[in-house]
Design a protein around this ligand. Structure first.
Ligand code: BMP
Length: 207
């Protein structure tokens, strides 16, 4: 299997069948879905979750009881993992979210850095400590900033999953070479005429 999580973000003219077709046809274990898919068709989440290990990327960033309600709904739909923002902090937010994830058997991922230039990386160390405290399965860190991944890798022994490949600037394998475990790839695969060819580039990531 490839170290790739396919991000299924249907553009306006696509629907659930587009996402299902991609999830079904590609040899990947995991997919990531977010608001573009859920708003296109809320029932799609359940269908996708039956096919693949599905990470719900709503980038939860709320008070604890609201994140908990959302997580209960997501677990009901069958997703296996959720992504929350680290910046919301512990007391009143991630403390409750991490307890709820444990209760529901959901894997928790925390966003510790983002792919765009404007993201402030000054609290990276603090965010990694929060990820340990929350017993996160992994963190999201940007393929567009390999130096951030290298730093995270020094401090964080669990999974690093990394978006930003293709249209956002990183090349396939950049993040893996910097220390990530999976690259999160959306349009480079979902808009490709030959998605298998894109996946094949991952055969040689580690030389
Ligand atoms: P694409 O490969 O098409 O650029 O999609 C990237 C995916 O990763 C999107 O679903 C986006 O929400 C997500 N993502 C990102 O692009 N940057 C981040 O810092 C964090 C993300 O989750």
């Amino acid at each position: 299997m490839y170290p790739v999580i396919v991000s299924l973000d249907p553009p306006k003219d696509k629907d659930c069948s587009w996402a299902l077709e991609i999830a079904q046809s590609l040899p990947v274990e995991r997919v990531k879905v977010g608001l573009p898919l859920i708003l296109a068709d809320p029932t799609c989440l359940q269908l996708i979750s039956r096919l693949r290990y599905t990470i719900a990327d709503l980038k939860l960033a709320d008070v604890g009881h609201i994140m908990s309600i959302v997580m209960e709904r997501l677990a009901e739909a069958g997703v296996r993992a959720v992504i929350a923002h680290a910046f919301v902090g512990w007391e009143g937010a991630l403390k409750e979210a991490s307890l709820k994830a444990k209760e529901l058997g959901l894997d928790l991922y925390l966003v510790v850095s983002m792919t765009h230039k404007g993201f402030d990386d000054s609290k990276l160390y603090e965010f990694i400590n929060l990820a340990y405290k929350a017993n996160a399965k992994g963190v999201v860190a940007p393929a567009t900033k390999p130096w951030v991944i290298k730093t995270v890798r020094r401090w964080w022994s669990r999974e690093i999953i990394s978006p930003g490949v293709g249209p956002q600037g990183a090349k396939p394998c950049d993040a893996i070479k910097a220390g990530a475990d999976y690259e999160i790839v959306g349009r480079l695969i979902t808009m490709s005429e030959k998605p298998e060819e894109v996946l094949k580039q991952y055969e040689k990531c580690k030389g």
